[in-house]
Design a protein around this ligand. Structure first.
Ligand code: ZN
Length: 286
């Protein structure tokens, strides 16, 4: 396996990456335990794939009821071919989408469709990617001869998927969130989903327009200090500072795995080493 530890970034909105830091010290501790425990030349444990059920953070709503149980399946050779084809001359987003559409069997008993995929929160989509990885290759990510950027020692590392920092929704059924803006204003937002992600993907080469697209879709209203309510404010009318605040909250509030926030403490040099997890890492060079 040749780990590609840089691409793609799961949490990029419009070219800007926001770090949803969620207890990174816990992940570091878990990884450190593995590092020190694996020192005596033990053979890496091979997990038996097979756990194909996952509970989503938000799920889908049907007639007022939220359905969170999801079923994934192990990827096969024909999936691998389809995913490779999606990657030719395309973007990591298309590869991600293809893995999701092929690997997810059903959400709440409803067969996976593009419509269902569009309804899912970005964080639920990323959680499903993790479940598909688990069903296909098991729990542990193996890194071999990873160069430490601080001391240059080559490190063999086993990282369980469960060590990747994860953000939970405090209340899974809460769909609107308040964000405090400048001059006493309050923004009310919903969290971006797959359909929003798809819309942003369709806008090429202009990060500010991509930001406007996300904000236009996810900012439901702004309440000014004097109580005036502006429904669906055009994103271009928001101040730059408020736009950045809103975008940061949209990313930070999103539940799910924080693949970009993974790191481990290298005990040989005592330094913290970033270990961002990519699709290629999860699916072994896919
Ligand atoms: Zn080191």
């Amino acid at each position: 396996m040749t780990p590609d530890i840089v691409l793609p970034d799961f949490e990029t909105f419009a070219g800007q990456t926001y770090k949803g830091l969620d207890q990174p010290e816990e992940a570091t501790a878990a990884t450190q335990a593995l590092l020190t425990g694996d020192r005596e030349g033990e053979q890496p444990r091979i997990d038996a794939p097979g756990d194909n059920q996952v509970t989503l953070e938000r799920g889908i709503n049907r007639d007022g009821t939220w359905y969170r149980d999801a079923e994934v399946r192990e990827l096969t050779g024909s999936d691998e071919e389809a995913i490779a084809a999606a990657g030719v001359g395309s973007s990591p987003y298309r590869v991600f989408e293809t893995v999701l559409m092929r690997g997810v069997v059903a959400i709440g008993g409803e067969p996976m469709t593009r419509k269902v995929a569009g309804e899912l929160l970005i964080g639920d989509r990323e959680l499903l990617i993790m479940a598909i990885r688990r069903a296909s290759f098991g729990e542990n990510l193996e890194f071999e001869r990873l160069p430490c950027p601080h001391c240059e020692e080559l490190v063999d590392l086993t990282v369980p998927l469960s060590a990747i920092p994860f953000t939970h929704l405090d209340d899974p059924e809460r769909v609107e969130f308040e964000v405090f803006l400048r001059k006493g204003a309050t923004g009310v937002v919903r969290l971006p989903n797959g359909a929003d992600q798809e819309a942003v993907f369709g806008i090429k080469g202009n990060p500010a327009r991509q930001d406007s697209e996300i904000l236009g879709r996810c900012v439901l209203r702004v309440v000014l200090a004097d109580g005036t309510e502006i429904r669906r404010p055009p994103a271009q009318t928001l101040s730059m500072a408020d736009r950045q605040t809103l975008l940061r909250h949209l990313a930070d509030l999103q539940p799910g795995p924080r693949y970009g926030d993974m790191s481990f403490a290298h005990d040989a040099c005592g330094e913290e080493v970033p270990l961002p997890i990519s699709l290629a890492t999860l699916f072994r060079g896919l």
